[in-house]
Design a protein around this ligand. Structure first.
Ligand code: SF4
Length: 213
């Protein structure tokens, strides 16, 4: 219990400092329409958000809605989304999403992560992104930045994303669960990079357990 209390206190301070350092942190994927955000989430596996936004614009320029993506030949979708990599699996996932959206979900993106995860290419991370960004449901997105920085800071002792999520859910209040993912990405891109963390300049250097000074 003492350890948990310690972590909760540390989490409060981490959240405060991160908001101070990154007041404008937000989703770096374009979020114009719910169904389009979901498609961008599918395309984001092992790809930068910048590349996803560019490629998705191209995709939605050619196929503006889910009906058109559902009806398009898979080969044509592949051609457009190829720059995002993992082309075969992402094509199957995009087609599966568009088909479910049209035929099973009655033209509405579900707010239930378990339903979303029935779709190819949507795991817990993307399901949480979707329900958080679209419906404001408190859900933490544990991506590669989040798991790395949270381990270093000391809010988890795990690196497996599901276990990191479980740990963070115990110490991050609901009101911060959407924001913490964005804040972690900002920290991971700026100071707490994978190879050369800049601990000397990092806003969390005063409380991080892994700081390298
Ligand atoms: S002090 Fe260093 S290890 Fe800790 S969060 Fe900052 S950059 Fe990462």
């Amino acid at each position: 219990m003492a350890e948990r209390l310690t972590r909760k206190k540390r989490a409060e301070e981490v959240i405060r400092l991160l908001h101070e350092a990154f007041p404008d942190a937000c989703c770096s994927l374009d979020t114009d329409l719910p169904e389009r955000l979901a498609i961008r989430g599918i395309l984001s596996a092992q790809c930068t958000d910048k590349r996803v936004n560019i490629t998705a614009s191209e995709l939605f320029g050619r196929y503006p809605d889910m009906e058109q993506i559902d009806n398009a030949p898979a080969g044509d979708i592949s051609e457009v989304i190829k720059p995002c990599g993992l082309t075969a699996s992402k094509t199957a996932a995009v087609k599966d999403f568009a088909h479910r959206y049209q035929t099973v979900w009655n033209g509405r993106v579900p707010d239930d992560p378990d339903l979303l995860m029935e779709c190819k290419g949507i795991g817990r991370k993307i399901a949480n992104l979707i329900i958080g960004e679209i419906y404001g449901i408190p859900a933490i997105v544990v991506d590669t930045h989040c798991k790395r920085v949270m381990f270093r800071i000391g809010l988890t002792d795990n690196i497996d994303p599901d276990k990191v999520l479980t740990d963070l859910n115990k110490v991050i209040p609901d009101s911060e669960k959407i924001a913490i993912g964005h804040l972690a990405v900002e920290l991971g891109r700026s100071y707490c990079t994978s190879r050369n963390p800049d601990c000397a300049s990092c806003p969390l250097s005063g409380i991080c357990r892994r700081k390298i000074l």
